[in-house]
Design a protein around this ligand. Structure first.
Ligand SMILES: NC(=O)C1=CN([C@@H]2O[C@H](COP(=O)(O)OP(=O)(O)OC[C@H]3O[C@@H](n4cnc5c(N)ncnc54)[C@H](O)[C@@H]3O)[C@@H](O)[C@H]2O)C=CC1
Ligand SMILES: O=C(O)C(=O)COP(=O)(O)O
Length: 527
């Protein structure tokens, strides 16, 4: 008998695959304290949650019998994925079931915000017939800026078109074809932020999207902009939003999600321009039924030895193979992540080439890990070596794997090349005896740098003073240089600098570098 604990409210109708299957005992206990959960979890084979239960490393460590965690929804930021993977626990989610509900909730919030509906209702409840205080604005003809045009963002964009809004969107994986199909204009993130009369965010919460709308972004927005967040708290900096509303720059905000949840007292709610719901985007009868069916189905599949439909973690590599290729898995992941930071346009092709010793190995797990590194910095932790290829297919990125005998003098060489409409970028890495992983080539330039932490790749003209200007600018930004290499194709021609620095180089500092004389491009790389 497999024991399943359901620790967040799931639709009873949606749980039928599990309730009807033989050999499962389901306990629904949705109000457990952390201590109670820690105490009971060792008795269970499966755990089903939504966003409220914090499945942290402590809980996972205590879960000695647990084989599978099902997240009845999209976001998996309440689950410590690496702790689960380390302990061999499979995590599955339900990525599609609540898309429609979240999109409808976003539209409801957008319209309620434009017409002050919650505020007017509250006033009427307080026995005031006040028609003057709640003059709204129309949506028709206004511009909606959408940041993150994935499942939900795309649905919102289509609905906004129905309201006769103009839609401008930014998503690193947005293709011309998709933009055309949805009838949206494509822009950079800065262009979207500056163009919107209304702005709505639909990205996961990642290192790259944390405080995406912060003090600097608010400065560049249109005065009187309205902001909607039905994705994740933390994408918008709540303190910066508060200040922008108080200063009059932002006319109002509609929030379904918050940096810390749950709460009952929040300073943003003291502002009359803010309307809010307690994380209700996915809370419809329909969505809850579908997401519960999806995860319950996967739990049954897992225990009856069938392939699960929505795996979020776990490698499919046999242990013996894993041992041989393990060091290259990490190198591949780092190279994938490195090349993502070099991509300045939609990536259409992703090629991984193996040479030297690597020719004799089964390299497909390395390719999957490289692809995972590439996609993860944009799509978050839900991308893993199991599902990375699936994500690439969905995004229309062609992935190839090749072996060649040309290892350019290295014992083994792993090269990742991306092809975009605007050009190609390439990075190679190797494992050096005693020194570990190194990046040895970027485009056609030879470098030698450990793929770690904060790097800066600069293309410049080989002219006196260029290096000094970069050094001065970084000093002004209080960024310390740890190592620096320069290389050039020919005297006075194209040249590069590869720096490792002591802290994250933010977009403002990168822009400053790009504006320097003789500097053609600068890219911050976070590994
Ligand atoms: N309020 C609620 O109850 C619900 C919230 N959500 C949240 O909504 C968000 C979106 O969900 P889905 O559309 O299903 O996910 P998705 O994975 O289909 O779409 C996310 C999109 O964000 C894009 N993205 C990643 N980094 C970006 C960046 N720096 N700038 C712009 N775009 C970036 C990705 O390329 C991707 O297309 C997630 O955070 C999810 O957890 C989802 C369902 C319900
Ligand atoms: O699916 C998601 O990402 C959500 O945010 C929905 O969260 P919930 O299942 O309603 O707690």
């Amino acid at each position: 008998m497999y024991k399943v604990l359901v620790s967040d409210p799931l639709s009873k109708e949606g749980m039928h695959p599990l309730l009807e299957a033989e050999g499962f005992k389901v306990d629904v206990q949705t109000n457990l304290t952390k201590e109670e959960l820690l105490d009971r979890i060792p008795n269970y084979d499966a755990l089903l949650v939504r966003s409220q239960t914090q499945v942290d490393a402590e809980l996972i460590q205590a879960a000695t019998r647990l084989k599978i965690i099902g997240r009845a929804g999209v976001g998996i930021d309440n689950i410590d994925l690496s702790a689960a993977t380390e302990q061999g626990i499979l995590v599955v989610n339900a990525p599609d079931g609540n898309t429609n509900s979240a999109a409808e909730h976003t539209m409801a919030m957008l319209m309620a915000l434009a017409r002050n509906i919650p505020q007017a209702f509250l006033s009427l409840k307080n026995k005031q017939w006040d028609r003057k205080s709640f003059i709204g604005v129309e949506l028709k003809g206004k511009t909606l800026g959408v940041i993150g045009l994935g499942r939900i963002g795309a649905e919102v964009a289509q609905r906004a078109k129905g309201q006769r809004m103009n839609v401008i969107a930014y998503d690193p994986f947005l293709t011309d074809a998709k933009a055309e199909k949805l009838g949206v204009q494509m822009g950079t993130v800065q262009e979207v932020i500056a163009a919107g009369d209304f702005l709505t965010v639909h990205t996961p919460l990642l290192k790259e999207t944390k405080h995406l709308l912060g003090t600097e972004a608010f400065k560049t927005m249109k005065p009187g902009v309205h902001i909607v967040n039905c994705a994740r708290g933390g994408i918008i900096d709540e303190d910066a939003l508060y200040d922008a509303i108080v200063s009059g720059k932002v006319a109002g905000a509609a929030l379904d999600v918050f940096e810390v949840e749950p709460f009952v007292d929040h300073k943003l709610l003291e502002l009359p321009q803010v309307i809010a719901t307690p994380h209700l985007g996915a809370s419809t009868i329909e969505a809850q039924e579908v997401v519960a069916v999806d995860v319950c189905d996967d739990v049954v599949r897992y225990f009856t030895n069938q392939a699960v439909k929505n795996p979020v973690n776990l490698s499919a590599v046999p242990k013996e193979v894993l041992k041989k290729i393990e060091p290259y898995l990490l190198l591949g992941e780092k190279l994938g992540s490195f090349i993502q930071d070099l991509a300045d346009d939609m990536v259409e092709e992703f090629h991984v080439t193996y040479s030297g010793d690597l020719q004799d190995l089964d390299v497909s797990p390395i390719t999957r890990n490289t692809l995972k590194g590439f996609l993860r910095s944009r799509l978050g932790e839900s991308v893993n070596e199991v599902n990375a290829k699936l994500f690439a297919d969905r995004l229309g990125v062609t992935v190839t794997e090749q072996k060649t005998s040309q290892s350019k003098g290295f014992t083994s060489l792993l090269t990742v090349e991306i092809v975009m409409k605007t050009g190609r970028r390439k990075v190679s890495g190797t494992l050096l005896n005693g020194l570990g992983a190194r990046i040895v080539r970027v485009d056609d330039f030879i470098v030698d740098v450990a793929p770690e932490a904060h790097l800066l790749f600069i293309r410049h003209k080989d002219q006196p003073g260029a290096i000094g200007r970069v050094g001065m600018t970084l000093a002004e930004e209080r960024i310390n240089i740890a190592t620096m290499q320069v290389g050039r194709a020919e005297k006075g021609g194209a040249a590069i600098m590869m720096l490792s620095v002591d802290k994250y180089v933010g977009p403002t500092s990168v822009e400053k570098l790009k504006r320097l004389d003789d500097i053609e491009d600068a890219q911050a790389i976070e590994l």
